[in-house]
Design a protein around this ligand. Structure first.
Ligand code: PGA
Length: 269
């Protein structure tokens, strides 16, 4: 624990991202931002929310008076074309979205997204100037069979490492990683701070191994993060914030996590 010598200004602020998944109707979205804007929260961390696609324009306008940035939970790997039902990252950028989550385990498992598709999505979104939160994480059976690091390395090697070819360093300036052990998502089981930090440290080393910017790049932890466990997680040097599902749906809960991120940040400075 404590401050790393490599701790750069890019990682100096925690980033707390709410992934709303397929939850909330428009009235709930409006209620969230009304509460978030009304309350005297300081939002001194990076506070980002990913609503359903259909609510992004409303969320962007409702968030105008807050410091909350709005993004998407997924996008296409193409900018335009005959792809019924897909959402173009170019249109997300055009709307004013700040970021997109790529490779969430629900996209990998339920929608069978492949490493190649995820690579193409991440590349295109980064090239268009969106921040990309790229998710990696092992299943319970991977962990129990001792394959956690092997799986994490494969996810990085097959989806992110190929992006280095011919790319400028600038391309990665908007990349963040989210370590989300699949067994901890929505289950109430959370990785301990030291388990998460060990994985984050491994991810950082693996990024370096593949010539990706492993030191500067923010790595968020996701999986059953709540107000009771965020302090411990954020006290670790390699944990730069959190990707939060269930505990991001109410403004009071989300703001509570952001306030704690601020305190965690103070602890490390
Ligand atoms: P959870 O979800 O916080 O509800 O576990 C996290 C995620 O899926 O990003």
């Amino acid at each position: 624990m404590g401050q790393s010598k490599s701790f750069t200004s890019r990682r100096a602020r925690h980033t707390i991202v709410g992934n709303w998944k397929m939850n909330h109707k428009l009235a709930d979205v409006a209620g969230f931002f009304k509460n978030a804007c009304d309350a005297s929260y300081s939002w001194d961390c990076e506070a980002w929310i990913a609503p359903q696609f259909i609510h992004i324009p409303d969320a962007l306008s409702l968030a105008t008076n807050s410091k909350i940035k709005i993004g998407a939970q997924n996008c296409s790997d193409k900018t335009a074309g005959a792809l019924t039902g897909e959402i173009s990252p170019a249109c997300l950028k055009d709307l004013g979205a700040h970021f997109v989550i790529i490779g969430h385990s629900e996209r990998r498992q339920i929608f069978h997204e492949t490493h190649d598709q995820l690579q193409a999505k991440a590349k295109l979104a980064l090239e268009l100037g969106l921040h990309v939160i790229f998710c990696v994480g092992e299943t319970l059976s991977d962990r129990e069979s001792g394959n956690t690091f092997k799986v994490l390395e494969k996810q990085i090697a097959e989806s992110l490492a190929p992006l280095v070819q011919g790319a400028s360093k600038e391309l990665f300036s908007k990349l963040l990683i989210a370590y989300e052990p699949v067994w901890a998502i929505g289950t109430g089981k959370v990785a301990t701070g030291s388990e998460a930090n060990e994985a984050h440290h491994f991810i950082r080393q693996t990024l370096l191994k593949y010539n990706l910017p492993g030191i500067d790049l923010p790595i968020l932890y996701g999986g059953s993060v709540k107000k009771d466990n965020i302090d411990e997680l954020l006290s670790f040097e390699d944990i730069d914030g959190s990707l939060v599902g269930g505990a991001s749906l109410l403004a009071s809960d989300f703001a509570g996590l952001c306030q704690k991120a601020l305190r965690g940040q103070n602890k490390r400075m």
